[in-house]
Structures are given as C-alpha cells and as structure tokens.
Design a protein around this ligand. Structure first.
Ligand code: AMP
Length: 582
C-alpha cells in the first residue's frame, strides 16, 4: 500500500506533507516552493498551468486563469474554456494532481491515498465535492478533516498537555475559528464558527482599490478599464500587504502601467502600515463576532483557553494578531508555520490511518468533528423536534422513538430539517421519505424508531423502522437538498434574530395542542363515566370546557402574545383541576 499524503487544499495556496521518521515533512513542489498557489490557467496554446506559473501570467491572461476556486466548491459554478466546461471539482483536481505528482517525485514512489482538509464550515456537499476532486485526480481520499482540527493535531503532536484551545484561521479566502479540546489522545472540536467569505483576498482588494483610486486621482487614468493592468496592481497590492507585516512602509512600483498620448505612465506609490490598518480595520473587526460565537457555543470564557493557535497566512498581519490578543487576552502561538500546520496535521492523520508504528507508540489520536447546524424531524403541529444538536460531535448515531397521531395510520412521513429554528417551516428541508407498512393500531401505539447516522466525513443517513413489523426505510441526503454555506450562516443569524419570536410561537403552539388534547380526553371521559360523575362536578367540568373552548377559539398560534398564552394556560389549569379524578 502506498503512503498516505496530507493535503491542505487552500483557497489561495495548497500544501502537501508526509510523515517521515515520525515527523511531518512539507514536500516542496517542482520549483522548490513549500506551498503551491491554488491557481490554474489555460494558455492560448492549449497548455494547462498550475501554481506559480499560472499565478505569474494571471495579470496578462485574466480571462483564462482561475483562482480561489475553493469558494465555488459544491456550487453549480463552471467556466467554459474553449470547448470544455470546467467545474470547481475538475479545477481543484488539477491542483491536487500537481500536488500528487510533486509527492511522487519527492518520494520516488506512486501515491494513491490522501487525507484532504476542508474549512470547518464546509457542508456535506462541499465535502463531497472535495472528495470528488480527489477522485478525479486519481486519489483515494481516505478522510476529509476540518482544517482547524488538523492544525490542532499538528500542535497536539508536540504538546500533550490536556487543555482547551482556540484555532484562529485567517487564510486567503476563508475565516474559521474553532474551540478545540486536546485531551489524552483525543482532539475534540467543541465549537466552530467563521465567515466563508473573509480572508486575505479581501485585504488585497482594499489595497488594490486604494492604489487604483490614488493613481486615478493623480494621473486621471482609470486602470479599472484595463484587466491586465488591474491584475498587476492586484499582485502589487498583495506584495505590499505582505511587506507591511514586517515593515512600516511599502513601495509600489509598476513601470509602464498605462499610456497617455503615446507616452508610458508609471505607478510609483507608497503605503504605510497605518494607512493599511485604516483601510482594513473593518475586515479585522469582522473576525470578532465568530470568535465570540465560538466561545459562547463551547460554553467557555477566553480565560479558560490554554492556548490560541494562529493558522493561515493572513494571521501574519500585525493588526490581526493585535485583535486576537485583545479578544482572548492571550499571546497567540505561532510555533508551527501558520501556512503549513494544516497540511502537517493532515499528514499526521494519514499516518494514523496507516497505523504507523512511530505514532501508535504515542497512542492513537481520535478526531472528533462537529455538525454545523442542528438536525430535526417535523412532528405534530409543525414543530421541529431536534435529534442532533448543532456542534454535536461526529460520528453520530442517535435514535429516538416516535409514534402515529391518527388511529390505524399505516404510513408516516419523515421530514428531515436542518437549522436552529423551533418550527419546521422556518428550517431548511433537506430530505423526506415515507415509511409505509406500519401495523394497524390506535394512535400513539406503534413504535417508530428514527435514527440519524452521520459518518466521520459528515455524510448524513436518516432511517426509520417500525419496531413491531421491522419494516424500515432510509435516505442518504442527496446533494441537491443540502444547504449552502451562505444558507447555513443565514440560518444561524435568523435563529439569533428570531429567538424571542420563535419561543412565543412554540409556547403558543404547545399551549394550543395541550388544550385540544385535554378537551378531547375530558369529553371522552365524561361520555364513558356518565352517571358515575357527581352532578355538581359535571356542571363545573362542562363550564370549564366551555371556557377553555372560548379562549381556544380566539387563539391563533403565531399571533399570540405572552398574556394570551398565560390566559390559555389558566383555562387549562382550571379544567385540569375540575377533571383531576376522571
Ligand atoms: P493561506 O490560505 O493560509 O495560504 O493564506 C494565504 C493568504 O495569506 C494570502 O491572502 C496571502 O496574501 C496571505 N499572506 C501570506 N503571507 C502574508 C504576510 N506575510 N502578511 C500578510 N498576509 C500574508
């Protein structure tokens, strides 16, 4: 069996690593670089360029160069180049194939197996798309793991002290923050949060716009009309940004950037770190909310963090480091290169899967990832009954018994939902199926076991079984039904926004259901026990039923306020009291 390589398939750069002699070793590419730009280009001559060669010609060939394709993983994005339409998986596969070839050259043997990392916020479709990209590149993807988990694994190798840590990962295109618990041989993700559309590219954009505006003000030339010139400015903006991580001022020098009256015009500008900080302050600030959310979801305060790990090239920006210090009150760790530690962790995971003797001696490390949103099924009254909580640890096997609501009901519909809202209609419907052949019985008698299974890669299978007849049915959630990253983020924001409103709706709905159940139960008992009931009590019960029905008639779930619910609960309590002995 070939050795398992670890791949960090990044938005901006990708990196490949292998464990040798018990230590992760970054594999350089054919030009000696330790990271390969995640850029693919198609030349007019029909060649395909990957990495630095593609990035270098991006400015002069922007229409046939693809960068940041990771942002499109799991979407319907595609790009037509000549006669072929390329999907995000196929473009990613070109990058993966290059990394695989680099590993083969370095190791001098065929490589077939890999562990690939994805942002913690990737949903099932995006994970599946990454797996598909691996397959297209001729790789057997042994495991998809979360980037912050991978980083923690890389650090966990060097540091066995049990503790809770934060991984703050600001890369080229995505921001992830995760709270992770490192225990004895276990690394568990307690909570994750982030922003799938925030990263170094946004910082480049701010600098680029500043340079273009300044240039236009000074020279009255609008470079935005010239894609090749804009591409050069973007490259220079990124370079200036990187320089400003180490110095207070950066020079931007782009000779022959334009022409006026047949004469060349050059861009000669400078940018101070203070100006850069001012241009990007809101981007840095945007990382604060996910940090607070992750801490809240993990149920810990910053003072309980043992360490804060910085991952991703953009954490080299001094203002970002200052923000992390301010948010956590800790000096962040950077002892493993922030661009490389994700790939290192993936290689370590690969080595564990291979059952390496060196690592086995240190004890197996179990990876526990989490679900990004809660999973529920729809039950009576349109309520979303939760089976799996958001941030629950993977893999998951959870069963719960449900029943029928009508007499002699032969089928039930299992409607699977993803989201944080209490009512089914406010969550995302991700799948539904019918379980038929349930044994004829009174309502509430059949025992239907609903099971949610989520594997280590986050792929969900829901099954339902009638315990009496053994009849079972299941679905594995299909791609078209899954939520996009933006939908996940929106669902979390909605849940926070509507929290008050939702709980009123849910309480109102519950009170109405309770009232209806009580009235029908008491009416049935009155009929059944008839004369056996004391006349005065019967009068009281009938009057309480009438009063409750009157209140019920006025109640519209969704339009009830707190006092309406309290009034209904009072009427329920009165009928419960008068009918207590029935
Ligand atoms: P990654 O996805 O981790 O490879 O991060 C790539 C991002 O980090 C890109 O946006 C780079 O421009 C950015 N980056 C790399 N080095 C630096 C640096 N020294 N200062 C600021 N940003 C950097």
């Amino acid at each position: 069996m070939s050795r398992i390589i670890g791949i960090d398939l990044g938005t901006t750069n990708s990196c490949v690593c292998i464990v040798e002699g018990g230590h992760p070793v970054i594999i350089p590419n054919d030009t000696g670089e330790r990271a390969t730009p995640s850029v693919v280009a198609f030349t007019q001559k029909g060649d395909v360029l990957v990495g630095s060669a593609a990035k270098r010609q991006q400015a002069v060939n922007p229409g046939r160069t693809i960068s940041s394709v990771k942002r499109q993983m799991g979407t319907s994005w595609s790009m037509k180049i000549d006669d072929k339409r390329w999907t995000a998986q196929e473009i990613s596969a070109l990058i993966l194939r290059r990394l695989r070839q680099d590993a083969e050259t370095y190791l001098g043997e065929t490589v077939t197996d890999a562990v690939i990392t994805v942002p913690a916020y990737f949903n099932d479709i995006q994970r599946q798309a990454t797996k598909d990209a691996g397959r297209i590149a001729g790789l057997n993807v042994r495991r998809i793991i979360n980037e912050p988990t991978s980083a923690a694994l890389a650090y966990g190798l060097n540091n066995g002290t049990p503790q809770k840590i934060m991984v703050y990962d600001l890369g080229g295109g995505t921001f992830d923050v995760s709270i992770i618990e490192i225990g004895e041989g276990v690394i568990e993700v307690l909570a994750t949060s982030g922003d799938n559309h925030l990263g170094g590219d946004d910082f480049d954009e701010r600098v680029m716009n500043h340079l273009l505006d300044t240039f236009q003000r000074e020279s009255h030339i609008d470079l935005r009309r010239d894609p090749a010139a804009t591409g050069r400015v973007r490259e220079a903006a990124e370079q200036a940004k990187k320089e400003l991580s180490g110095s207070e001022i950066a020079q931007i020098s782009l000779p022959f950037i334009a022409q006026r009256d047949g004469q060349p015009v050059h861009m000669e500008l400078s940018l101070t770190r203070a100006k850069f900080d001012q241009l990007t302050a809101d981007l840095v600030e945007r990382t604060a909310v996910p940090v607070r959310n992750a801490l809240r979801d993990a149920g810990i305060s910053p003072s309980q963090l043992g360490r804060v790990l910085l991952v991703g090239g953009s954490t080299r920006i001094p203002a970002v480091q200052a923000k992390v210090r301010q948010l956590t009150g800790k000096e962040p760790s950077r002892s493993i290169n922030p661009d490389e530690c994700v790939a290192q962790g993936a290689a370590v995971q690969g080595d564990i899967l291979q059952g390496s003797r060196e690592l086995a001696a240190k004890g197996d490390i179990l990876l526990l990832d989490v679900t990004p949103l809660s999973l529920s099924i729809e039950t009576v009254g349109g309520v979303a009954t939760r089976l799996v909580e958001r941030n629950a640890r993977l893999p998951i096997h959870h069963s719960q018994i449900f029943s029928t609501t009508a007499p002699f009901q032969r089928a039930v519909e299992i409607h699977v939902l993803q989201g944080e809202r209490p009512m089914a209609r406010d969550n995302k419907s991700i799948g539904r199926f019918r379980l038929t052949g349930i044994e004829r019985a009174m309502a509430g008698v059949p025992q239907i076991e609903v099971t949610f299974d989520i594997d280590a890669n986050g792929i969900l299978t829901v099954s339902a079984q009638d315990k009496k007849t053994g009849k079972a049915q299941s679905i594995t959630i299909t791609a078209s039904d899954k939520m996009s990253e933006d939908e996940i983020q929106q669902a979390i924001r909605d849940a926070e926004l509507f929290a008050g409103q939702d709980s009123l709706y849910k309480d109102g709905m519950a009170a109405v259901n309770d009232a209806r159940t009580l009235v029908s139960r008491v009416e049935a008992a009155l009929k059944q026990q008839g004369k056996a009931i004391d006349k005065a009590q019967k009068r009281q019960i009938k009057s309480d039923i009438a009063a409750l029905n009157k209140v019920l008639f006025r109640c519209r779930p969704g339009k009830m306020n707190e006092s309406d619910i309290a009034g209904l609960r009072d009427a329920i309590a009165r009928l419960e009291a008068s009918s207590a002995n029935l």
